[in-house]
Design a binder for this molecule. Structure first.
Ligand code: ADP
Ligand code: DP6
Ligand code: CO
Length: 325
């Protein structure tokens, strides 16, 4: 019997955003979404089954976690145990190279790595689709980090039909501009709930995103980078608009974030194909062609720490015991 497994997964950046759930128990999203898995900022997670009868433990970046983070992992492992017919609790050790809770998708790499390692030790199906469905239950966006390069998350109508799948798309690069690596005050989950409960624009957001996903899939098929960038930027700013329209209002973008969007706009005026996006946090990501990435990074470096990223691998097990966290 395996008692320990280690997995690695990377964050993903959505080009069509997931922002809203139709079923919070099953973690079914209101609409489908589409993303690029990054080749930098991995999470590495080791799951070790306990033989001493002690409780689940989450150690994140060398510190034992309590509160919501630990509760989320225990709830996730409860689901895994229910499926596996096991009562064994686990010690989960995880290391994020991406800032945690800063709008750079740590919950995506975190639960994709955990789903992959837990599927191995609890002997659940390890095919890509099964792991994508399972990762979704930990954090919706995590279902896309199971997939390499570019992924579409089919919204689905039940547990079985809601998972992410690889799609073909033209070569892209992203320039991540890290402005603030601190933890957001309102988690993505809470802000999503608040949006559904209080925003007068929530239905319009859902309808426009469903249409944008269709347009984005067509742009990916046609290899139209300009269209991909334009659709992604508008979709991201619409998401931030619906988030700001909650009561009380939540605002993830800072003045400095808007300065980066201005910088991107002026690069575009100079003829460079570059567009902006941002998840639920102040950090901004520029979407561009690989050939323009170095120039974009150079131009944006005065705003914050920049990192050029490309399409990366899906979540996978690491077989070398030296990789254990
Ligand atoms: P982010 O923008 O980083 O995805 P979220 O609010 O969606 O922010 O999620 C942050 C939460 O995800 C953390 O507070 C923690 O509960 C969970 N998380 C992040 N990284 C990990 C990890 N490596 N293992 C388990 N849970 C994690
Ligand atoms: C803005 O997947 O972090 O990054 O499902 O509640 O864990 P939960 O939320 P999460 O939300 C991601 C929101 C987003 C957009 C996206 O990644 O599509
Ligand atoms: Co998240």
């Amino acid at each position: 019997m395996t008692i320990e497994a280690t997995a690695r997964a990377h964050p993903n950046m959505a080009l069509v955003k997931y922002w809203g759930k139709r079923d919070e128990q099953l973690m079914l999203p209101s609409t489908g979404s589409l993303s690029m898995t990054l080749d930098e900022f991995p999470t590495t997670t080791t799951v070790r089954l306990r033989t001493d009868g002690g409780p689940d433990v989450l150690e994140l970046n060398g510190v034992v976690a309590g509160g919501d983070a630990a509760a989320r992992v225990t709830r996730f492992l409860d689901l895994v145990r229910e499926r596996a017919g096991s009562e064994a609790r686990a010690i989960v050790r995880s290391r994020n190279e991406v800032p945690t809770g800063a709008g750079l998708a740590s919950s995506a790499s975190g639960f994709a790595a955990l789903a992959t390692a837990a599927s191995a030790v609890y002997e659940l199906p390890q095919d890509t689709t099964s792991r994508s469905r399972l990762a979704r239950r930990g954090s919706g966006s995590a279902c896309r980090s199971i997939i390499d390069r570019m992924a579409v998350w089919h919204a689905g109508t039940d547990d079985e039909s809601s998972y992410a799948e690889r799609i073909d798309a033209p070569e892209l690069a992203m320039v991540v501009v890290v402005l603030d690596s601190g933890r957001k005050k309102v988690s993505s989950r809470e802000a999503m709930r608040l949006t559904a409960a209080t925003s007068p624009f929530a239905a319009a957001w859902r309808e426009s995103t469903a249409r944008t996903l269709e347009d984005m899939l067509a742009a990916c098929r046609e290899g139209d980078v300009t269209r991909i960038g334009e659709l992604a930027e508008v979709n991201a700013l619409r998401m931030h608009a619906v988030i700001q329209s909650t009561s009380p209002s939540v605002r993830y973008l800072s003045g400095r974030s808007l300065d980066v969007f201005d910088g991107i706009e002026s690069l575009r005026a100079d003829g460079i194909g570059v567009w902006g996006t941002a998840d639920a946090g102040p950090n901004v990501v520029a979407i561009t062609r690989p050939a323009d990435a170095a120039a974009v990074a150079e131009a944006l470096t005065s705003h914050g720490e920049v990192r050029v990223v490309r399409p990366g691998p899906g979540a996978r097990l690491l077989e070398d015991p030296a990789d254990a966290v």
